[in-house]
Design a protein around this ligand. Structure first.
Ligand code: PLP
Length: 295
């Protein structure tokens, strides 16, 4: 059993259902050359992706991740992906990864080669980094100005703010800035003072009995982990709301988490140099749910 899997995928049009998707997958060794240097994904970050957690052989939230891939394709004018083909590719990758432990499956749809007839697509499965210490003991975060107001997505849809594109250079720069400021991670705030998201995560906070997250109205990525956690909390009778959140509210929250598919719920124990209350039992309950098989 290998600990990594790489598949090159010939993307099928969305409406094709008479071709066996398995015939469109080509397994390659992770170190083998597989992409052309003219790829627009590497040249311009022009493409979209999803990262799906695999926990003990179960791929989490495949449906919501594929729906978001479809939404990202729409926003970026890429051809609509064939979701059944992607579902089968993920299934095949999971079958090749070990049945125990935490793994990641990253699926990528790139605009392809300049002038090329189709997008290019691939999948990588690999062991996830060990996030147990961060889940248990928390991280320090700083708020960083994102440089636009929270209505920017409507005015400037070409910023692609609601799509999960490959262009993460800005997000990585924010993480480096957070480290320069002595923190582990960042929380973006709009120039007019609203909480947005982390560079690779959604922001969740609790004030009193209300768990809240910024509403994803085009200016941030709708988080699959946050949505799954919120529906679980609502089912359990808690108040979990998606709404506008001012930066001042975050500063006086009773708890703050960064949540994402692979890291799961990581408590923020220090924000902008000030301690944030941290409930170990509540965080452990969030992560027990997030580690359970979810579709
Ligand atoms: N926001 C951004 C910018 C992200 O990169 C991510 C995940 O990588 C998220 C939010 C959280 O999304 P998800 O919970 O679907 O992993």
């Amino acid at each position: 059993m290998s600990h990594t899997v790489t598949l090159l995928i010939e993307p099928l049009p969305a409406d094709v259902d008479d071709i066996d998707p398995d015939s469109t997958f080509h397994a390659v060794a992770p170190s083998a050359p597989a992409l052309r240097v003219a790829e627009l994904s590497t040249q311009r970050g022009d493409g979209i992706f999803e990262t799906i957690a695999v926990v003990d052989g179960h791929a989490q939230e495949v449906g919501p991740h594929l729906e978001r891939l479809r939404a990202s394709a729409r926003i970026t004018d890429l051809p609509e992906p064939n979701l059944e083909q992607w579902r089968r590719a993920i299934h095949r990758a999971v079958g090749e990864l070990p049945a125990q432990g935490e793994y990641s499956v990253k699926i990528v749809l790139s605009r392809g080669i300049e002038g090329g007839p189709t997008p290019t697509a691939w999948l990588m499965g690999f062991p996830s980094a060990d996030h147990r210490a961060a889940r248990e003991h928390g991280i320090r975060a700083v708020t960083l100005d994102r440089g636009y107001d929270h209505g920017a997505a409507e005015r400037a849809p070409w910023l692609l703010l609601g799509a999960k594109t490959l262009s993460y250079a800005v997000n990585m720069a924010a993480l480096r800035e957070a480290k320069r400021r002595g923190a582990d991670d960042a929380i973006f705030v709009s120039s007019d003072g609203y909480v947005l998201e982390g560079p690779t995560s959604s922001v969740v906070m609790r004030i009193g009995d209300e768990v809240a997250t910024p509403a994803a109205t085009g200016q941030i990525l709708p988080g699959t982990t946050q949505r799954s956690l919120f529906s679980h909390l609502v089912d359990a009778g808690s108040t979990a709301t998606e709404r506008d959140i001012r930066a001042e509210e975050l500063a006086r929250a009773d708890a703050v988490w960064l949540v994402s598919s692979v890291r799961l719920a990581v408590p923020v124990v220090e924000l902008d140099g000030r301690p944030v209350p941290f409930d170990a039992a509540e965080t452990a309950a969030f992560n027990a749910y997030l580690l359970s098989p979810r579709d």
